[in-house]
Design a protein around this ligand. Structure first.
Ligand SMILES: C[S@@+](CC[C@H](N)C(=O)[O-])C[C@H]1O[C@@H](n2cnc3c(N)ncnc32)[C@H](O)[C@@H]1O
Length: 409
């Protein structure tokens, strides 16, 4: 279904709700069994009956979003406004909740429901979730209920979510997903039968798009089984945290010159690696895993403050979850917590990607690196003695590793 048709469909449902009808966008069996709509909420007591009747969700994203007083929340595809009103209660008068929807009729319904609820800390915005009308890094938490599956550009939705979130911001959404490996014909039939989905993502696809957008700490929990491999799910993820004025995001081609300059500055200290000259960008990218490369960037200037990346340690399949990483910080940005933030994000992203062991060799003289790694759960396996010559001197290397407590337990 094209975007315009989807919006027209929901506008029609909003008109029906505005005239007092109970609405549903799913098969009535699914709705009746409480798998969609207001039945999915744990604590909606006190919300206007009109808002609950207009609920077209497939779960309770606000329940898992762990909202705190004073936070700014954005609800993608806010419909009749239930999740906006629930969020507004949690963030309190110091907080603010935006509801974004492409249907003007849905916005009218939501504004009417907010008026009935007496919610003063909410604002409804007209627009699409593929191009969010809010500035960069202005939102603490994104919630959404049964909407991402309706988008024909889900990569853009997640990229926009990442853009508007502040570093450390969280995503908590309820959506319809498919099991990995369900064939296309069965998937389409199941989606049509459930009636709510215009095109679900498989769980693995969802994880891939979240990682490509820059999210870490990804968790997808199936919450209701609609048969034939289709489920409701709660999808959680976070934008990596870092100190003020900085942002951690996936490394891009346009970062090449700055990444290699920082690499060379690290090598010039004589404490970073046996290498003495940074590789070409082609060699750098050929050796590093594509999904596990991040930069920390100054949000005002775009300047890259540091980077982290990893290479596989072996092509043997038994080592498929073992990588060797490097983390480099620009000399101008030392002592700002950049290395720690990059490494924290990297550890989380590597676990999302199914990596069970991260290893690295560090010169014993590089005490700050040893301390940082120890603080983030790395242990010294041992000291490899006189393992290589560096500027004519045989040097020892401390072999560090971090065995994930969550992957491959
Ligand atoms: C299934 S309803 C869910 C509404 C609400 N989240 C709830 O739980 O009741 C989908 C909502 O998303 C809106 N929508 C669909 N596609 C959209 C898009 N690309 N951008 C913004 N809103 C969209 C529709 O207008 C509708 O209000």
């Amino acid at each position: 279904m094209a975007h315009e048709e989807i919006v027209e469909r929901y506008s029609g449902l909003a008109r029906a709700a505005l005239s007092g009808e109970r609405i549903t966008d799913c098969g009535t069996a699914e709705f009746g069994e409480g798998r969609f709509g207001a039945a999915g909420y744990g604590d909606a007591a006190g919300l206007p009956e009109e808002a609950l009747r207009a609920s077209l969700g497939c779960g309770d994203p606000v329940a898992v979003a762990e909202l705190r007083a004073g936070e700014t929340v954005l609800d993608l595809g806010s419909g009749g406004g239930v999740d906006v009103l629930l969020s507004a209660r949690r963030v309190g008068p110091e907080g603010r909740v935006y509801g974004l929807d492409a249907s003007t009729e849905m916005l009218e319904l939501a504004r009417r429901n907010a008026g009935r609820a007496g919610a003063a800390n909410v604002e409804f915005l007209h627009g699409v979730i593929e191009a969010v009308p809010l500035p960069d890094r202005t939102v603490d938490v994104i919630v959404s209920n049964c909407v991402v599956n309706l988008s024909d550009d889900k990569a853009a939705v997640l990229a926009e979510a990442f853009r508007v979130l502040r570093p450390g911001g969280r995503l908590g959404i309820s959506d319809v997903v498919t099991d990995d490996g369900v064939d296309a014909v069965r998937r389409a039939a199941a989606e049509a039968r459930v009636g709510c989905a215009a095109g679900t993502l498989a769980v693995g696809e969802y994880r891939g798009l979240l990682a490509a957008a820059g999210f870490t700490g990804v968790d997808i929990t199936l919450t209701a089984d609609h048969g034939d491999g289709v489920h409701s799910a709660i999808v959680r993820a976070a934008k990596p945290a870092i100190g003020p004025g900085l942002e951690i995001r996936p490394m891009r081609e346009s970062d090449a010159a700055q990444v290699l300059e920082i690499y060379q500055a690290g090598l010039d200290t004589g404490q970073a690696s046996f290498e003495t000259t940074a590789p070409s960008w082609e060699d750098f990218t050929a050796g590093k895993l594509e999904r596990l490369r991040y930069v920390a960037a100054d949000v005002a200037t775009g300047e890259v403050a540091g980077w982290v990346a990893a290479s596989p340690v072996s092509s043997r399949c038994v080592y498929a979850g073992v990588v060797e990483h490097s983390v480099y910080v620009h000399p101008r940005h030392h002592s700002r917590g950049v290395g720690r933030a990059l490494l924290t994000a990297f550890v989380s992203a590597s676990e999302d990607a199914g990596i069970w062991t991260i290893q690295s060799g560090v010169f014993p003289e590089n005490l700050s690196s040893l301390r940082l790694h120890e603080a983030l759960g790395f242990r010294a396996v041992g000291v490899r003695e006189r393992v290589g010559r560096h500027h004519g001197t045989w040097r020892d290397v401390v072999l560090l590793e971090r065995r994930s407590p969550v992957v491959g337990r």
